[in-house]
Structure formats: C-alpha cells, structure tokens
Design a binder for this molecule. Structure first.
Ligand code: COA
Ligand code: AMP
Length: 636
C-alpha cells in the first residue's frame, strides 16, 4: 500500500488515473470513458458519460454478492424504547415498495421530493427510494420552522413531500405535521401529495386528496426497480446556510458521490465491509447524508440510525451503550456531543459500565474541535480521536488523518493534512499563497475531487459568485486558518457571517433579517459568541426606533420567539439586548467582528475606520450585563 504522500501526489498530478481506478469500486450500467470532464471549466464534472444507480449500489448489489441477511440498518431509539434491525434483504423490500409509492404518484427521474422527517429508518428509506427511481431528494432538518421549510419548497419545487406525524426530542413529542401544513400554506409552490408516516406518539390529521398514509400506501404498492441515471444527474439537493436568509441548494451528483463515499470508507475511516459504523448526527445534515446513509451502505457496512441525544436519553452513558450493544467500530459525531458528555460525566464513570473492546476510532467534525475536548476524549476512550474538516459543499472530508492509508501523529486543534484529491492552499488578500504559517483564506485549487458540489440548484450564477470568483481557479471554502511546517491545517474561523451552533451551521444574516422585521427595531446585529457547550451561540443586539416606550424585556421576549418561529429552535437564539447605538465604520458597516471579540473577552485592535470609538464602551457595558466581555481590552 502506498504511503499518504505518494497517494496524495498521484491524486493531484493525475486525477484521471487516480479517480478512474477508484471508480471501479462501484457497479456501472455503463462504465465512464471520461473521468474528469473539464469541457465547461470552472464547472468540472466527473464520470460524465457513466451510468449507474446509487440505490442499486447501496442495496441490491450487496444482496447479489451474498450480504442479503446482514444487517443494513440498526434503528436504536432510546426515546421510544425501540431497537429494530433491517437486513439488506428487508431494506430492499421496504425501499422498492416505497419507490413504487412515489412512482404511482407520478414521481420520476429528475423530479424533486422533500423529506422532512425525524431520525427513524423510514427517513433513510425515503432517500434511497428517491435514488432508486432517479428522483432528487431534499432532506430538511426537523429543527427548522415552517418558514425555512417553505423557502426550500419554493426553491426545490417538489412533486411530493415525505414526512412523519412527529419527532421526539428527549422527553418531548414535537408534532411535525402542523409545521408541514403551515409550510405548504406559506409556500407558493404546492406539492401534489404528502406521504405521512403515522407515529403512535402523535397521530396526524391527513388532508383528504393530498396526504397519503405511509403504511397503507406501501402495503399496497408495486415494488419499483432501479433506474439507470447519468453519473452527473443529481442525487440530492441539501440546503445550507449562506450569508443571507436565502439558503444555498447544494447539489450532489450520483456517480462522483458514490465513488468518493466508497473511497473514504476504506482510506479515511479504515472500515471493512460487514462492520458497524455509527454517525451520531441527523439525516438532515450533510454528515447524516454521507455517513448515516450513503457511505456505510455503499460500502456494505451496517449503519446505526440513533434517535436520541448524547445525554439525557437516559444518561451520559448513552453513546457507550450503543457502541457496546451493537459492536460499533467507528463513531463519528460533533465535538459538542462530547462536551455535553464531559459536562455531565467528567470522570467517565458511565464508560466503565460498558465493554468497548472492539471500538477503534472516534471521528469528530462539524465545528472546530477544541484541544481540551479532544484530549479528554482520548484519555477516556484510549483510541485515536480524529478531528476532520469538511462542509456541506464538499460532502466529505477535505482534511483528515487518513487511517486507512497511514496513521499520522495527532496535533490537537488540527484536522491533520489535506485528503487526497483536495489541493488545499492558504491565500492572502491579494491571492498569493501564504507559506510562513500566517492565517489566511483557505481555498481549494480546482478541480475538486468527485463528490463535491458541481453547482447550486438552478443557480450557476450564485455558485460562481459565492465560491469561484474571489480567487479565480480556486474554490473559496469560507474558512480562515493556517498550515504549519508539516502541512497540517488549522481551521480557525469563518470569513463570513456563518456561525456554528452545536455543530449546526447557521446564518447570522438570516437571524438579523428576522429581528429587523420587528416593528420596534431600527437596526440590529447578530454575532456568534463562544459557548462552553455549543461552541458558539447567537447573540442579538438591537437598536429601537425613536419613541418606542415599551419595556426592553418585553421586546426581547418577542424577538426570541420570532427567531424560533421563523428559523426554528435549532437556531438556539436565546440572548438579546437593547443597545443605544451599534459601532460602525465611517462607511456604515457594522463592526460585528470587534463586538464578537469584546463579547468573548479577547483583546481587539481598535478599528482604524471606526466612526465613534466611545460606542464600543457602551457595547462592552451591555455585554458585561449579559455576563460576557469579561476580559476585553482594546489595544491601539
Ligand atoms: N426536531 C425538532 N427540534 C429539534 C430537532 C429536531 N430534529 N433537533 C433539535 N431540535 C431543537 C431542540 O429540541 C432544542 O430545542 P429547545 O430550544 O426547545 O431546547 C433546539 O432545537 C436546539 O437543539 P440543539 O442545538 O441540538 O440543543 P440541545 O440542547 O437539544 O442538545 C446537544 C445539545 C449538544 C446534546 C446536541 O446539540 C447534540 O447532540 N449534538 C450532537 C451533534 C450533532 O448532531 N451535530 C450535527 C452535525 S454533525
Ligand atoms: P457544514 O456545512 O454544516 O458541515 O459546516 C461546515 C463548516 O463547519 C466549515 O466550513 C467549518 O467552518 C466548520 N467545520 C466543520 N468541521 C470542522 C473542523 N473539523 N474544524 C474546524 N471547522 C470545522
């Protein structure tokens, strides 16, 4: 087996050969003769004349190769006291019937289907059923409110929406159907049908003529077979936060994605087919798409669908129970989950109750892993803890310790070195590469490897302006950081208004749009402030219109409720304050970065372009009253 550097160099110097070989790991109806298609550069495509089907590769192929009786999915739900296993045979039967239901409703190749579901195996089946008939799924995370769902309905224009009557958050039952009905009410585009999974915890009322009962329709369905699609046909659209309130529809293709997923299971995660892989995330996020659903199933592993939390369902030993009960080899989650466990069980007492002898590695992503959490996890688990860096757009890791190639030394705070295929560079404002370890904008030289987004849904223009225009020839990740002398990357912050709350990516711009719509608010700013559990949380500062006499506390309560109603509970927007003025540059730009530094108690440089420095004292005072800004000090 070649070492990391040899493989990395091959992937960059001869991508055709590298990914051509990797493409042999999946089954094609028609093998691609073109590997990297540069004909429309900078819009690169992979395997453009190949034909395949992702669902066939994730299910049927394994059955033909003798894995039919192996578990494909283990559904473990402490919130409903359920453990249910599906073999590959059973998964094929469920998925082909569900695909038959969709086909009977007129859904065919290229049509969109929105999936708005909790963490139940039917969510995975819904995604695979779409892939089976070449339809494009768009999963919307359950923690988003109706308005966010409506925005996605309007953009994706689904023929059908698949949903469930409710989700369960810890002890609470959250009815999903009223949120769905309201979203359809709000949206201009209306789906022809909704397919609703009735859960006993809260049954939903169905709309006659529009809504179908999931169980009844699948029982009556004629199973549908896999349909060949072009490698470049979209498999899914996944909306993610941009800098405005309008989310970006990240497109994932079929062929490049399947090849990348397969390659990553062996080379990054060092998994063997047949083993149990667990990504403790949600199917609504990219981690869920790639590592709950597609990669483990494409590779012939067993995947865990976990409906629970790291703590409270019922205790901080929940993860250890699942690992030991189901013989999990690899766990992938966000650092925030480990901070939650560490907070409740700092000495790891719950860990001693379980046998984790087969557990090999913990992978973390979704936000920067603070060294304290990484070291704590290492000490407790006594296995390698690998921080790896990626984003919705890439669909898989840009930088990681590729354990299947060569295990490198771990440097806490770094996701290690670029994964083969990703030519990662650090540029200054003029586009020059930074070679002395200073912080810069992290970019990826085009072309990116298979699996990364080819464009945004129906919006080549936004794809180009958001990602390709800052530094022609490079993809802009939106992250800032540096490389050390051994080429280890350190991803430190975003260069835009995106914040990361409990591993969830959110737009402060989107929250500002909501606050600005309050009748008493003249102007506002939302910043991400450090939080010991969630990494960051949003904090709102509002200036009220002249003449408003209502108590601040009343207005703040309304603002918090508005963000919850318009964006959703996932925003975790719980702190806001009224200020007299916001600090701005002379040209009127609000100094959010400086306010963030003050809130986090970091030293900051007085911005040379600030209009009135005394406003910063007022802001510091307001933040102190909220319990922030303990140690901030301005330096000239
Ligand atoms: N449906 C409906 N509501 C949801 C939801 C869903 N699928 N997911 C989250 N929410 C709600 C929560 O109930 C909470 O509501 P509340 O404000 O009424 O309490 C709110 O959204 C915020 O959720 P979250 O940020 O997850 O906070 P939490 O306090 O419920 O849990 C952690 C904190 C750390 C335990 C949790 O974030 C976690 O398990 N993270 C794991 C990492 C992860 O999944 N990362 C995703 C990317 S890999
Ligand atoms: P998402 O698209 O929701 O996966 O969020 C992607 C963003 O999360 C990245 O652009 C980073 O800002 C951040 N992120 C994800 N993983 C890491 C990591 N391992 N280290 C630092 N930041 C990360």
């Amino acid at each position: 087996m070649a070492d990391y550097q040899t493989l990395y160099d091959q992937s960059i110097n001869n991508p055709d050969q590298f990914w051509g070989e990797a493409s042999n790991a999946i089954d094609w109806y028609r093998k691609p003769t073109t590997i990297l298609d540069s004909s429309k550069a900078p819009f690169y495509r992979w395997f453009s004349d190949g034909e395949m089907n992702t669902c066939y590769n994730a299910i049927d192929r394994h059955i033909e190769q003798g894995r039919g009786d192996q578990n494909a999915i283990i559904y473990d739900s402490p919130v409903t006291n359920t453990v249910k296993k599906y073999t590959y045979n059973e998964l094929r039967d469920e998925v082909s019937k569900l695909a038959g239901v969709l086909a009977a409703q007129g859904v065919s190749k290229g049509d969109r289907v929105i999936v708005y579901m909790p963490m139940v195996p039917e969510a995975v089946m819904a995604m695979l059923a779409c892939a089976r008939i070449g339809a494009i799924h768009s999963v919307v995370f359950g923690g988003f409110a109706s308005k966010e769902l409506a925005t996605r309905v309007n953009d994706a224009k689904p023929k059908v929406i698949m949903s469930a009557s409710c989700g369960i958050e810890g002890q609470r039952v959250i009815p999903y159907k009223p949120l769905l009905d309201e979203a359809i009410e709000l949206s201009e585009h209306k789906p022809d049908h909704c397919i609703i999974l009735q859960r006993p915890q809260a049954e939903a009322t169905l709309v006659a003529g529009r809504d179908l009962d999931w169980a009844e329709s699948t029982a009556a369905a004629t199973p549908a077979d896999c349909v060949p699609v072009l490698a470049t046909d979209p498999l899914y659209i996944l909306y993610t936060s941009g800098t405005t309130g309008i989310p970006k529809g990240v497109v994932r293709d079929n062929g490049g994605h399947a090849v990348a997923m397969m390659w990553s299971m062996r080379n990054i995660y060092n998994m063997e087919p047949g083993e149990v892989y667990w990504a403790a995330s949600d199917v609504g996020w990219v981690v869920g798409h790639s590592y709950i659903v597609y990669a483990p199933l494409l590779y012939g592993c067993t995947t865990i669908v976990y409906e629970g939390k790291p703590v409270g369902t019922p205790d901080p030993g929940a993860f250890w129970r699942v690992i030991s009960e189901h013989d999990v080899r690899i766990l992938f989650t966000a650092p925030t989950a480990f901070r939650a466990i560490k907070k409740e069980d700092p000495k790891g007492e719950y860990l001693t109750k379980y046998d984790l002898k087969n557990f090999r590695t913990l992978f973390l992503a979704g936000e920067r892993c603070d060294p304290d959490t990484l070291v704590w996890a290492q000490d407790m688990l006594k296995v390698p803890v690998v921080d790896h860096w990626w984003q919705t757009e890439t669909g898989w890791a840009i930088a990681a310790n590729c354990l299947g190639i060569e295990e490198k030394a771990i440097k806490p705070g770094s996701p290690t070195t670029p994964v083969p295929g990703f030519n990662v560079q650090c540029l200054d404002e003029t586009g020059e590469e930074i070679t002395d370890g200073k912080i810069g904008s992290i970019v990826i030289k085009l072309p990116m490897p298979p699996g990364c987004l080819p464009t945004l849904w129906n919006n080549d223009e936004r794809f180009s302006s958001s990602y390709l225009s800052a530094h022609p020839g490079y993809y802009l990740t939106g992250d800032a950081g540096y490389k050390d002398e051994e080429n280890y990357l350190f991803i430190m912050s975003r260069i835009d208004d995106i914040i990361n709350v409990a591993g969830h990516r959110l737009s402060t711009g989107g929250m500002e749009e909501v606050l600005a719509a309050h009748p008493d608010v003249a102007e506002c700013a939302v910043i991400g402030v450090s939080d010991a559990l969630k990494g960051e949380i949003p904090l709102g500062m509002v200036v009220l219109k002249a003449g408003v006499t209502r108590p601040d506390a009343e207005i703040i309560k309304e603002l918090i409720q508005m963000v919850r109603d318009k964006i959703g509970p996932v925003a975790s927007f719980k702190v806001a304050t009224v200020v007299k003025r916001l600090p701005k540059t002379r040209s009127g730009k609000i100094l959010r970065g400086t306010m963030k530094k003050i809130a986090d108690g970091q030293n900051y440089n007085m911005p040379a372009t600030i209009d009135d420095p005394s406003i910063l004292d007022e802001i510091e005072h307001s933040l102190e009253e909220l319990g922030y800004a303990a140690r901030a000090a301005a330096s000239a």
